[in-house]
Design a protein around this ligand. Structure first.
Ligand code: SF4
Length: 323
């Protein structure tokens, strides 16, 4: 499959009274049509900011995003408006992202009319009905308001609205984390079916590792604005190398009675993302840290077989040695 999206060293910094907050600091990845990259990390690691910067919902501070070969980072006005047809976003909280004064059909109609996907009332009505059926919304809900629906149905509206523009790429920002577990799997299965049928590429942002495992082809693990490990989903769950990834994966709830023994509890202060220095951002919490880790920023590098790790001692950790 050809590369659809190429993100090259994208940065998003914010000026704060205390200095410059490096929310996203040089993230790179590629994504093919019909594939999913999962972005995981704890709250505040910059994953949602990354999603917004990639689709130019917020302007990047540095780096480039190439979409279908074009640099979209500097798109404005008309170019940006037409880019929205190709790149969409599904939000975490479907309720707050939907206009409470609009009915289901009005919410889905809005992008169809705005981007002139269909013209003529009959064609527009037909399109709304097709989209409602595609995402599993019963036609009786046509005139319903968001507050009359449960979370799963609201998220189906959000998906229908994104699909209305027939996008090639969707940023999914914690799309199921506000939903009941039973409804989560329905929505995830719907998203996978749509991907299969329409060859949509997803950037799937979540803190839920079991969800990302189910959905992704590749995974990038973020820590304080940078990617610390990136590889295929299978590799990450079999042989994760970065000490932060190991700790993150050890926190997955398990029925294994030995689980508590193997869980890695992180100690130490989280480094401030404001004016970070030349050090490993994980050094203050890392059991393997050496002097070098407090003086030199490790580069994300391929240690072989499409396995990228940002750790000075990745090879030692791969061999099972200490740093
Ligand atoms: Fe730990 Fe040093 Fe590797 Fe950072 S570079 S993850 S501090 S061992």
């Amino acid at each position: 499959m050809p590369v659809l999206l190429k993100v090259e060293g994208i940065k998003k910094h914010f000026k704060t009274p205390g200095g410059t907050l490096h929310a996203v600091d040089g993230v790179s990845f590629e994504l093919e049509r019909g594939k999913t990259i999962g972005i995981v990390g704890e709250s505040g690691c910059g994953k949602s900011t990354l999603g917004r910067a990639v689709i130019n919902l917020i302007p990047a501070t540095g780096g480039k995003v190439l979409f279908k070969g074009k640099d979209i980072t500097a798109f404005k006005g008309k170019n940006l408006h037409s880019l929205r047809k190709d790149m969409q976003m599904i939000f975490q909280d479907p309720f707050s992202s939907l206009n409470p004064r609009m009915t289901v059909s009005e919410i889905i109609r809005e992008p169809i009319v705005e981007h002139k996907i269909k013209t003529g009332n009959r064609e527009i009505e037909e399109e709304i009905n097709i989209l409602m059926e595609t995402v599993g919304l019963a036609s009786r809900l046509y005139h319903a308001y968001p507050h009359e629906l449960d979370g799963g149905r609201r998220q189906r509206i959000g998906i229908a609205r994104a699909l209305a523009l027939n996008p090639d790429f969707i940023v999914c920002d914690e799309p199921v984390s506000a939903l009941d577990v039973s409804i989560q799997s329905q929505i995830l299965n719907l998203m996978q079916d749509l991907q299969e049928e329409k060859k949509i590429a997803y950037m799937f942002i979540t803190h839920d590792l079991s969800v990302v495992r189910h959905m992704s082809d590749d995974i990038a693990v973020m820590y304080l604005g940078v990617v610390v490990e990136k590889c295929s989903v299978d590799k990450l769950f079999q042989s994760q190398l970065h000490p932060y990834t190991k700790a993150l994966l050890s926190s997955i709830p398990s029925t294994d009675l030995d689980f508590k023994k193997s869980r890695i509890i992180l100690k130490g202060e989280i480094t401030s993302p404001i004016n970070p220095g030349d050090e490993c951002r994980f050094a203050a919490r890392c059991n393997y840290a050496t002097d070098k880790c407090f003086k030199e920023t490790p580069v994300l590098r391929d240690i072989g077989g499409y396995h990228y790790v940002a750790c000075h001692y990745a090879e030692n950790l791969q061999k099972g040695d200490s740093a």
